[in-house]
Design a protein. Sequence first.
Length: 389
Amino acid sequence: MTPIRNKENFLVFGSPLIEEAEIDEVVACLKSAWIGTGPRVAQFEADFAAYKGTGHAVALNSCTAALHLSLLAADLGPDAEVVTTPLTFCATVNAIIHAGAVPVLADVDPATMNIDPNEIERRITPRTRAIVPVHFAGRSCDMDAIMDIARRHNLKVIEDCAHAIETEYKGGKAGTFGDFGCFSFYVTKNVVTGEGGMVLAKREEDIAHLKVLGLHGMSKDAWKRFGDQGFKHYQVVECGFKYNMMDLQAALGVHQLKRVEAYWQKRVQIWDRYVAAFSNLPVRRPSPVEAGTRHAYHLFTLLIDETRTGVSRDGFLNHMTAQGIGVGVHYLSIPEHPYYQKTFGWKREDFPNAMQIGRQTVSLPISAKLTDSDVCDVIRAVTHFITPK
Ligand SMILES: Cc1ncc(COP(=O)(O)O)c(C=O)c1O
């Protein structure tokens, strides 16, 4: 059978929609003689803070950097344990390790795929200092329950909002519940800057600290030192990192952010078409969105249970790729990886919900760049392989 799409028009998973305004801004930035951290980054920070309805945001070069610095700024102290989900990208767990803390996993709720507050409670010890919930796929975690646990045990909360720019929970915006909220603008995300990240923090002093930590530990506003306001000396006040965002990246971000809601609308439409098209297939579709919350519709996942479909998840991945449709796996659960097994003695079976999801999940393309006919191609490719039972 001829594939639905050939090699030349392979549908790249998560391909971003870059429009003329971004291209013009990048060119203007290149011609401006200031491509490093400067006024466009400051603009992007202000715009993002305004979008999230908070006063403070710090742009960095990734969400991984945002998580790392938030965990450092949270000042967790020695021998700290930090509870997070086994169903996440490795960056979440690695950031905890890089911050000098010990990651502790709490399994997910099988319906929401988000960390289960009862499991968090079960994993708390006298050394627990923080929780890192991940708003998986753009679905809000149960923030009432998580913030209640944090209050009762005096824990910091650092929200991993890599999937959750547009997510809301009971009227509040993702990233504004905890002490810190960390966002990603990686190429596949809902707003892209190539590589890029942003941190929100509740306390102004944390914002100031994050800025210092993100640029070598140099004193405040060190990026202004080459400007036209007179030469400025800087002082190194602690041992920081090189995590700053460039104006070249922010040039993309400022225009992408203007379209964040329009892109969200496009993804809602694609999501609804997938839900309708796959309603009679023997696969699990995403659970309905919880009342009082807003989903960011970052990932649309199907769970392929071989005992129901007669085809394996990996067979399905191969079929989609052969049909010219890029797909993703979000994620093989963290305890499936050898490094974590070796270092922490984690067993995949101890987190059965994350393990099962990780072995059955497939993410279909849902970027705002998809055309109507792209969406039709995805639906055709799925329904060729999996038939109603
Ligand atoms: C849940 C989650 N956390 C953190 C990250 C890291 O983001 P970045 O690539 O911007 O460092 C990602 C990126 O894919 C992610 O999906």
